[in-house]
Design a protein around this ligand. Structure first.
Ligand code: FES
Length: 263
């Protein structure tokens, strides 16, 4: 049977036959991601108001050095530059998000319009993909994953400590404040995001090009796949909540918000 040959025409930048509001998702991603970047950078450089009672902002956790009860060590080594403690740890979660498969697809569209959206003309005619520099570096995502999993344990520990309040004599008692719940929701959302990672799915599920035969690994693969199906939602929810957790601790520490105790 004869096959009709369809000639594809290359569209100019932004040219499309789409009639829907295709520009809305990339614009929304630009505004939300851009706002998060600006706020997180500002908060990381503040070096103040990152703790309140048993609460520690996730932007500053783990707090490696200092006199705070949240700090792991009292004094920093002399060779370490005296910078905000957030700057020592934020490169790891930031690197994890920046190289995330979902966010890559999103900010390639939102920040450098490559392409602006499906079936919309892009600004260049060649395609380099992610096999050459600089984007081949995105493959470090699988290594950032190990740090992200370690951070989950740290943040879970912070959430647990958020339920222990010291009285006037310094003795700690269990209690529940709004901040305890804020910290707990934070680690749940980050857990849903991290444990649905595409790299983790590959790591637990099998080998280079096939699934492992073991039932336990098949089960682990199915669990990660289940979270992975909602990866976009986990990504946005955890991004919003981690920023809100910092805002909550910051405003309580500044005396602007009051941490309401339920117990
Ligand atoms: Fe999104 Fe790994 S692919 S966190």
């Amino acid at each position: 049977m004869a096959q009709a040959v369809v000639q594809l025409t290359r569209r100019r930048f932004g040219e499309t036959m789409r009639r829907d509001a295709w520009w809305l998702p990339p614009l929304g991603a630009f505004v939300v991601l851009g706002s998060f970047l600006v706020y997180a950078t500002w908060a990381a450089f503040q070096n103040a108001h990152y703790e309140y009672g048993p609460y520690l902002s996730p932007f500053y956790s783990p707090l490696l050095f200092g006199e705070s009860p949240h700090a792991w060590f009292r004094s920093a080594p002399s060779w370490l530059p005296a910078v905000s403690p957030a700057l020592l740890i934020l490169p790891f979660p930031a690197g994890f998000r920046f190289t995330c498969y979902y966010y890559r697809g999103t900010y390639y569209k939102a920040f450098w319009a490559d392409p602006p959206a499906c079936a919309v003309g892009e600004p260049r005619t060649t395609y380099r993909g992610e096999r050459k520099l600089p984007l081949v570096i995105q493959n470090v995502h699988r290594y950032f994953l190990y740090f992200a999993i370690a951070f989950l344990f740290v943040l879970a520990s912070d959430a647990w400590k958020g339920y222990w309040f010291a009285d006037a004599s310094g003795v700690k008692h269990v209690g529940i404040g709004i901040g305890s719940l804020v910290l707990t929701i934070n680690v749940i959302l980050l857990g849903g995001y991290t444990l649905g990672c595409h790299s983790l799915r590959h790591l637990v599920g099998g080998y280079l090009d096939r699934l492992a035969g073991r039932p336990a690994r098949r089960k682990a693969y199915d669990c990660v796949s289940c979270l992975n199906r909602g990866h976009m939602n986990w990504a946005w929810a955890s991004l919003f909540w981690v920023a809100f957790t910092d805002v909550y601790v910051r405003l309580c520490s500044m005396g602007i918000w009051h941490d309401w105790r339920m117990l």
